[in-house]
Design a binder for this molecule. Structure first.
Ligand code: 4NP
Length: 174
């Protein structure tokens, strides 16, 4: 077990974007499904949050829900803003883009939680060679885009999700 992990009953994975209505609820739905497929229900909890507060209390964007449902995922999430304190109780924080990552780092300061904050696409096996400031690691914000943009966000999340689950297994020494 990773020594810097919080001592909590469940290993938490939290997906973070700006509004918590598009990318991170999609990541939450995909990761929760992968956790269940991996037989890790009960051991691993998945949640999402935003760094901004404009959409707190809202349901996910309709295009996000449609893209998810078309691929068989369930989503029931109410947007919320990330609470800096929760990061200390989180095993793995997956930020959708460089700005979310920078905002999260500012929020946690120099706590040991810093080492558990990563970009979602850094877990894409085809992209592990890229430095984290390379824009190709961003899951781009689809809010001002089309349903196609939401579908390509979902592609990116699905590809990276297996690596996120592998990291959780490693941290849990499974
Ligand atoms: P998300 O997308 O960060 O993927 O949830 C956004 C949703 C809303 C806004 C920005 C990004 N907004 O500016 O309202």
């Amino acid at each position: 077990m990773n020594a810097s992990l919080p001592s909590v009953d469940q290993y938490r994975i939290v997906a973070i974007c700006l509004g918590n209505i598009c990318r991170s609820p999609m990541a939450e739905a995909v990761l929760r499904s992968r956790v269940a497929e991996a037989g890790l229900d009960g051991l691993v909890a998945v949640d999402s949050a935003g760094t901004g507060s404009w959409h707190v209390g809202h349901e996910p964007d309709r295009r996000a829900m449609r893209a998810l449902r078309e691929r068989g995922y369930d989503i029931a999430h109410t947007a919320r803003r990330v609470d800096p304190g929760e990061i200390d109780a989180t095993g793995l924080v997956v930020a959708m883009d460089r700005w979310n990552l920078a905002d999260l780092r500012d929020l946690v300061g120099d706590s040991s939680a810093l080492s558990r904050i990563h970009l979602m696409r850094s877990f894409d096996p085809n992209l592990t060679h890229l430095p984290e400031d390379d824009g190709r690691l961003d899951v781009p914000d689809p809010y001002y885009g089309t349903l196609d943009d939401f579908q390509s966000v979902l592609d990116m999340i699905e590809i990276a999700a297996s690596g996120v689950i592998d990291q959780a297994r490693l941290d849990l020494a499974l």
